[in-house]
Design a protein around this ligand. Sequence first.
Ligand SMILES: Nc1ncnc2c1ncn2[C@@H]1O[C@H](COP(=O)(O)OP(=O)(O)OP(=O)(O)O)[C@@H](O)[C@H]1O
Length: 213
Amino acid sequence: MSEAIIVARGVEVTLGGNPVLQGVDVEVGHGEIVAVTGPNGVGKSTLLRCLAGLRTADAGEIAVLGGPPRDEPAFWRDVALVADEPAWYPGLTVREHLELMAAVHTGSRMDVGEALESFGLASRADAAPPALSTGQRQRLMLAMTLLRPSRVLLLDEPERGLDAEFRRLLASILTDYAAQGGTVVMATHDPGLAEAARSRRVALADGRAESTV
Ligand SMILES: Nc1ncnc2c1ncn2[C@@H]1O[C@H](COP(=O)(O)OP(=O)(O)OP(=O)(O)O)[C@@H](O)[C@H]1O
């Protein structure tokens, strides 16, 4: 494997007295896409939260970009997360949410007009996010995340609410991101997305991870 960007060794997490992760080992290389799969409740989101520094493992070690993940600005400059819906900024439109991302992050990966087009939001650019459909809000979250520069993308079920056509487009957006040297870990229930993104599958079962491709 090329240079390891994410290394998790022996990660253990217990939630509400139940062991969820029981010695998970995962390594993700530079420019690689890993799809974490497994049934509801197996621990995919928990693993992502550990990789994002939003939850501390009870045991084991995690390194992201050479150090432990930390929920602080220096970490989030390199790492982008799409998980639950954010609190939208009241009074700002779809376009203004994208403009905000472009304004606060130097070196945007695309301009706002391009993001509106690529993510199919041009016709809703002047709407407020709460007035969007579920899939359109998911597209906006992805657009805000992909517009800004990052080295690592952590995605929790990015397919949520997306139609089949946009899922295919998302796969190519992710493969482009990886081809430019980005590293992606996504929890997903969509084998088609995992396949189309040419990801390596890591299946979680019984608290452990097994690389399946
Ligand atoms: N705060 C919590 N307290 C107690 N148990 C929790 C907590 N958060 C999650 N769990 C439990 O931990 C387990 C793993 O949850 P997690 O959300 O990581 O699963 P998942 O694989 O992402 O599931 P899904 O496919 O449904 O999104 C589940 O059994 C869940 O009920």
